[in-house]
Design a protein around this ligand. Structure first.
Ligand code: ASP
Length: 310
């Protein structure tokens, strides 16, 4: 199955059937990754550009390796080493890159909605690897895939997302995806880090972490995004941790087989205790592994069907 829309800007660009198909292909990709020969060259002769205006470890390296395992030529462009530092606009950068005839462009950008500008100015298919506090669709895909692997499905699960919801593109994509697959979602943050429209998202909203994690099947902890915050959103990191760090006592309120997730990078001792991050209920390492499989699946489905899309 090809992905119907040209670009993946928001998770809602995918249908539930397409999401399930991505998971099915990701399962096959896990076998490829586990094998001795990791080359699965379905994108031989295709090219992928990674255009990163913001820092990244997991997302960027997994997209790069995914493209390489699939046999595509992969080029990385980071803002600090490109003409962006000379004042080039995103539109001009997009038009320049498009002349190099890439099949897929993966972009991370600090401005919410920047991908619309890119998508309108290139023939290549665009995948959003994170835009400001807006969307991070491939993180949500790998989160949903990880939960599906562990729990069978998301139907009826109670999932708590805790932390800096206001600045989190992960939370925005996760909420859409978790609900689309049938989960009940609770959002928890200090009032200053909760978006004012949160209750309109079809979720339960609470400022009390104990209430959020009680009987949860899955807890997704989020990083405090100090780089996006204005001063004064909470009194101090120590005070934040006192109310919103995932500790053993708080985790004990959840179901005994509750999964603990975090998109990374982790601030140990701030939003999650180191023991829990490394503990038996944590699937943080599996999230990284699954990120590669899911991105291989997505690239294989988006990189080879350029003429079939609208
Ligand atoms: N890595 C995720 C992102 O890029 C989460 C984070 O940075 O906290 O959005």
């Amino acid at each position: 199955m090809a992905i119907a829309k040209k670009d993946l800007l928001s998770l809602s660009d995918l249908s539930v059937d397409e999401i399930q198909e991505i998971f099915a292909v990701a399962r096959e990709m896990k076998t490829v990754i586990a094998g001795e020969d990791k080359k699965h060259p379905v994108l031989r002769g295709r090219s992928v550009i990674n255009l990163f205006y913001e820092n990244s470890t997991r997302t960027r390296s997994s997209f790069e390796i995914a493209g390489k395992y699939l046999g595509a030529d992969v080029v990385n462009i980071s803002a600090s080493s490109s003409s962006v530092t000379k004042g080039e606009s995103l539109k001009d950068t997009a038009k320049t890159i498009d002349r190099l005839a890439p099949d897929v462009i993966i972009m991370r950008h600090g401005a919410s909605g920047a991908h619309e500008v890119l998508a309108q100015n290139v023939k290549a298919r665009v995948i959003n690897a994170g835009d400001g506090a807006h969307q991070h669709p491939t993180q949500a895909l790998l989160d949903m895939f990880t939960i599906t692997e562990k729990k069978g499905s998301l139907e009826g699960l109670k999932i708590a997302i805790v932390g800096d919801i206001l600045h989190s593109r992960v939370a925005r994509s996760d909420v859409w995806g978790f609900r689309a697959l049938g989960a009940d979602v609770t959002l928890c943050a200090p009032p200053t880090l909760m978006p004012s429209h949160a209750a309109d998202l079809g979720v339960t909203v609470t400022y009390d972490m104990n209430e959020a994690v009680k009987d949860a099947d899955v807890i997704v902890m989020l990083r405090i995004q100090l780089e996006r915050q204005k001063a004064g959103m909470f009194p101090s990191v120590r005070e934040y941790a006192a109310f919103y760090c995932l500790t053993e006592e708080r985790l004990a309120l959840a179901k005994p087989d509750c999964l603990v997730m975090h998109p990374g990078p982790i601030n140990r001792g701030i939003e999650i205790s180191g023991e829990i991050a490394d503990g038996v209920q944590s699937v943080i390492d599996e999230q990284v592994e699954n990120g590669l499989a899911v991105r291989m699946a997505l690239l294989s489905m988006m990189g080879g069907y350029q003429n079939d899309v609208n």
